[in-house]
Design a protein around this ligand. Structure first.
Ligand code: PMP
Length: 354
């Protein structure tokens, strides 16, 4: 049935974000930047302990125990932490709360493709700012009037990380705009902008449990900023949905934070595998910007990315690929276990011989 134009005219139509595939069969899954290791052991224990009778009740709308655990972890006030259903939820609330200017919000042309989707959905004017030829953000391009700024650090899908003085430079040139630093992958990279929150009242740092903490399935994200901005975020959140975080996620998130040693070991293993994977990719003739996330954004000068993507998929190795444009010849390869990466390189080695 086609909807009549009279009906259609008041319906919101929008172009949605396209998530990476989640194949249900067993494959080598290097396409959505998940962590190949399980969450901290305490999470499993917590799940076993959860009293299912409590599922009758609504969860704590403030996700208090998780907010408290995060505040303690980062040495900030509880009124400086906002939690949401993955950082996608947190970022979406940030767009709604902080980007309300007639001037354009600025973000890189090659970046997390959800930014454009939220801007369109919420009818926020925006301009994309081209990365340079090495996929670096050009900081001077952000020294201009704008309605807000957002960028991931490390950037996605490029995996390029900028040092803290770079982030601070953008903050200090934009004192009258909200600057959101999306740090989904920062644990694999370097210093977080979290330490600048006290100094810059215009900064919001967003992080997630989906990557370094191996909990993408739990959907936990958070923002850290000053109490005033966090209050604004909460006011908007409570105007959309009070009970965003489910009870098991609140409890398991707080539990995961306790195990610093497990977290550090897991991150170290992924970084080691990444550094080895870079060498292997180089050996195979791939080129890529230096990767500081849990993925590598690589192309081969002599191999078509489309064809390679399909060939890998045929062999149950899933990576991510965006067709066309400046990144059409690149594949984004998540860092898996050493065994998974070896399977990838064995396949690539054979493929290159053809
Ligand atoms: N930001 C960036 C840059 C990402 O790549 C992702 C993962 N797709 C997210 C945010 C959202 O992750 P999550 O909602 O799982 O926290």
């Amino acid at each position: 049935m086609t909807i009549r134009p009279e009906l259609m005219k008041n319906i919101r139509t929008t172009e949605p974000y396209v998530p990476g595939e989640q194949p249900q069969n067993k494959v080598i899954k290097l396409n959505t930047n998940e962590n190949p290791y399980p969450p901290a052991p305490g999470v499993e224990e917590m799940l076993k302990k959860i009293d299912t009778d409590r599922l009758r009740l609504y969860p704590d709308p403030a996700a208090g125990s998780l907010v408290r655990a995060l505040a303690e972890h980062y040495g900030v006030g509880e009124d400086q932490v906002f939690v949401g259903v993955g950082s996608d939820d947190v970022l979406s609330m940030c767009f709604l709360t902080f980007f309300n200017s007639d001037r354009p919000v600025l973000f890189p042309d090659i970046t997390y493709s959800f930014y454009k989707v939220w801007a369109d959905l919420y009818r926020i004017p925006y301009e994309t700012v081209p990365l340079d030829e090495n996929f670096r953000i050009v900081r001077e391009d952000y020294y201009r009037e704008n309605g807000g700024i957002i960028f991931p650090n490390p950037n996605a899908p490029t995996a390029v990380y900028e040092e803290l003085d770079f982030v601070e430079d953008i903050l200090s040139h934009n004192r009258d705009s909200i600057v959101i630093v999306d740090e989904a992958y920062v644990d694999f990279a370097g210093r977080s902008a979290m330490e600048l929150v006290e100094k810059y009242d215009n900064l919001i740092v967003v992080q997630t449990f989906s990557k370094a903490r191996s909990m993408a399935g739990m959907r936990i994200g958070y923002a850290v900023s000053n109490p005033e901005l966090i209050r604004c975020l909460n006011d908007v959140k409570y105007s959309v949905n009070s009970y965003t975080m489910n009870m098991p996620s609140i409890l398991c998130g707080a539990e995961a934070l306790k195990d610093t040693e497990y977290f550090e070991t897991t991150v170290r293993k992924i970084v080691e595998t990444r550094e080895w994977a870079k060498e292997e990719l180089k050996r195979l003739g791939f080129v890529f910007p230096d990767a500081k996330a849990n993925f590598i954004f690589a192309r081969h000068p002599e191999v078509d990315a489309d064809e390679l993507f399909e060939a890998l998929k045929e062999h149950d190795i899933y990576v991510r690929h965006w067709k066309g444009g400046r990144i059409g010849q690149y594949l984004r390869i998540t860092v898996g276990t050493r065994r998974e990466m070896k399977a990838l390189f064995d396949f690539l080695g054979e493929y290159m011989k053809k």
